[in-house]
Design a protein around this ligand. Structure first.
Ligand code: SF4
Ligand code: SF4
Length: 342
């Protein structure tokens, strides 16, 4: 598979990365097969996170025995402070069985409060800087779903890599963030290239994404067949056709009224409802291990039942989503899923 220069990191990475969320759902043996098949297909870039349960451990097992220079590994810590960050990093290294991680993100900097916490003295960013100096991390990175925060942190000069959602529905990064990353020579990982499991046309998704030569999409993959299908599309590099563009317009109109971009501009909710987590229940259930999904989303759904229908959040949602109605739909989806499961 074609390799691209990954911005100022100067790493040579494959045209797509392997996203490490869905392998949580399969056995260790199956996950190891997916990782080895990816490497065999020329995918040398794998992205995971401290919070993805046993994903780091399975990836570490899959990479065992390979020459270190033959793969690029990226992971993330959700810590706010340096102490927790150091604990997460040490555990990531141990689970992966590595002496260093190429790219390590401050995971999901989605609010001003979290941004301020990680950048404060004694915050997680200090841990990240020290780990780079100590050789435990090669390149500092962050991920976010908030465009203003992402743009600000990209311009800060503190990071070499940014990770932001990008697919043909969630395309806010197109105008400013992707060109800015290119201008600043930052590596750009396009997260959720298939809408966090909600877009099922891999051909259309990758024909759209491959138009952008400065981004690396990281599809989450748990099956060899999916991996081969996506790698096959990427290898052929088919152009986006006029018919594709029409289809994308149609899907944008169809999904737009219910598509949550997880930007959290709708907060704060007076009832403390984590709106984006609730609206992401369907995607979460599709990608995460069922027990983890239950622990991540179950409490959010319980909170959502307390919605007062005050509609305050709707005034702040730039995508004009009918939030209380969508919360109700997520609750119904969740109840249906768990009544079937249990
Ligand atoms: S409508 Fe519901 S979710 Fe929105 S702000 Fe009011 S209580 Fe919170
Ligand atoms: S409901 Fe709207 S404002 Fe809130 S996270 Fe989703 S897209 Fe963003």
């Amino acid at each position: 598979m074609e390799k691209l220069r990954f911005g100022k990191t100067e790493l040579a990475v494959s045209r797509i990365a392997l996203g490490g969320i869905p392998i949580m759902r399969v056995s260790k043996a199956e996950a190891v097969k997916v990782v080895r098949e990816a490497i065999g297909l020329g995918i040398n870039f794998i992205d995971t996170a401290h919070v993805y349960a046993d994903s780091e451990e399975k990836i570490g097992e899959g990479l065992r025995g390979l020459r270190r220079e033959d793969f690029v590994i990226s992971s993330k810590s959700p810590a706010n402070d340096k102490k927790a960050f150091n604990e997460h990093l040490d555990l990531s290294l141990k689970r992966l069985g590595l002496d260093y991680i190429d790219i390590y993100h401050l995971h999901n900097i989605g609010s001003e409060a979290r941004r301020d916490a990680v950048l404060a003295p004694g915050g997680a960013f200090e841990g990240l800087q020290e780990a780079v100096k100590a050789g435990k991390i090669r390149f500092p990175a962050f991920s976010s779903h908030s465009l203003p925060i992402a743009l600000e942190l990209m311009k800060s000069g503190l990071f070499s890599v940014v990770q932001f959602p990008f697919n043909y529905i969630d395309h806010d990064a197109e105008k400013e963030a992707i060109p800015l990353a290119k201008k600043l020579d930052l590596g750009f990982i396009a997260m959720k290239p298939m809408g966090g499991g909600l877009l099922d046309n891999a051909g259309l998704s990758f024909r759209y994404l491959l138009q952008y030569d400065s981004i690396i999409p990281d599809p989450g993959i748990e099956k060899i067949e999916e991996l081969e299908e996506i790698a096959g599309i990427v290898e052929k590099k088919p152009p986006l056709t006029a018919k594709d563009r029409e289809e994308i317009e149609k899907l944008r109109a169809e999904f737009g009224p219910s598509w949550c971009h997880r930007c959290d501009y709708c907060q704060p909710c007076p009832q403390g409802i984590p709106i984006s987590a609730v609206l992401g229940a369907r995607s979460n259930a599709k990608r995460f291990d069922p027990a983890l999904s239950l622990s991540m989303i179950g409490p959010a759904i319980a909170k959502a039942r307390e919605c007062l229908d005050c509609r305050d959040c709707m005034k702040r949602c730039p995508y004009h989503l009918e939030i209380p109605k969508l919360l109700g739909e997520s609750i119904a989806f969740w109840d249906n899923l768990h009544s079937k499961a249990g």
